[in-house]
Design a protein around this ligand. Structure first.
Ligand code: 2P0
Length: 321
């Protein structure tokens, strides 16, 4: 039995930053994302007659150290669904090498989908989101297209994503500005744990997310692009304030990150629609409209000579191919 699932990555407009339960990856807060069309993972799963899983990434077999996270995940899934089968997992990431996106969201969503199909678990999308979350928190949101909210919940059964609008008719485009492709020094998992444990502002973050979620959902319903941009940018900056206020402090920003934040503000002063959001790395994702995109891209390339830019539109939920 072989099945292939395709899942797209997502960008959080209201970020997930902190777990209240590490075993089940239960977050402290809800989060809200936009699924993107440009970056996706295809995962082919085959049941094999073996007591070990085999994992390949981009056509290269991984060693035990490299695939530890996937093997642990497959063990968790076998326990959850009480089966013994082992798999050959062939994963191909269709993320332009220079796009600056993490692949764990699309990767674990595709793997969850492929397991569901191969093992004929008949999970609905809510159950699939739960299964994906067990691999990586942000993967719970990649089951759906468009705007998606991950409900924090308080148990494995109650923490899942749900769609807000899977095919929004809204004029938003994302420009990813890639300034550094080296792997990050502090993983999201460790970064959020340090922030929860040591930032004195963490309780304020939990309060802020609750109010910004309400506001951004209203703005999405009204298609108020400016409000969506303002809230997303403020939420991202607030998340990064948690890293600077951790003890010891750390940051994902590189010098160019700050320069691009300044450029985004300069663009707005010129009346060009642009808002910045940043994940657990130095690259900046700029929320644009179709009209502003070209001006933003041209201005960035004029101001900074050594950056790559990649455009993404709104993407769809998990598919089987
Ligand atoms: C997000 N990030 O909401 C946030 C914003 C990064 C910054 O979700 O530990 O790889 O596997 O649950 O999902 C990245 O964290 O972390 C992430 P785990 P994940 O998109």
């Amino acid at each position: 039995m072989t099945r292939t699932a395709r899942a797209f990555t997502n960008i959080a407009l209201i970020k997930y930053w902190g777990k209240k339960n590490k075993q089940w990856k239960l977050p402290y807060t809800n989060s809200l994302s936009l699924t993107l069309d440009r970056f996706y993972t295809d995962t082919k799963l085959t049941i094999i007659d073996s007591d070990k899983d085999i994992v390949s990434l981009n056509h290269k077999i991984l060693n035990d150290q490299e695939n530890k996270r996937i093997l642990n995940y497959l063990d968790t899934v076998r326990k959850l669904y009480s089966f013994e089968d082992h798999f050959q997992v062939d994963t191909v990431n269709h993320v332009p090498t220079s796009a600056g996106f993490a692949s764990s969201a699309s990767g674990f969503a595709a793997l969850a989908g492929a397991i569901n199909e191969t093992k004929q678990l008949n999970l609905n999308r809510q159950e699939l989101s739960i299964l994906a979350r067990n691999g990586s928190g942000s993967a719970s949101r990649s089951i759906y297209g468009g705007f998606v909210e991950w409900i924090a919940g308080d148990s494995n059964e109650t923490s899942f994503a749900k769609p807000i609008d899977e095919t929004p008719k809204i004029d938003l485009v994302l420009l990813s500005v890639v300034i550094n492709q080296q792997s990050k020094k502090i993983s999201s998992t460790n970064g959020m744990e340090n922030s929860v444990k040591t930032s004195p502002f963490y309780p304020n973050w939990v309060t802020l997310v609750a109010s910004e979620l309400q506001e951004i959902k209203q703005a999405i319903a009204k298609k108020d692009l400016q409000k969506i941009g303002e809230i997303a940018e403020h939420n991202a900056m607030s998340m990064h304030a948690l890293t600077l206020s951790a003890n010891p402090s750390f940051t994902y920003f590189a010098p160019e990150t700050i320069r691009i934040i300044q450029i985004v503000k300069e663009l707005r002063q010129k009346g060009i629609f642009a808002y910045a959001t940043i994940d657990a790395g130095p690259n900046v994702k700029i929320i644009c409209t179709k009209e502003s995109l070209e001006k933003v891209q041209t201005y960035i390339e004029q101001q900074l000579s050594n950056v790559n830019t990649v455009i993404a539109n709104i993407g769809s939920g998990i598919q089987y191919i």
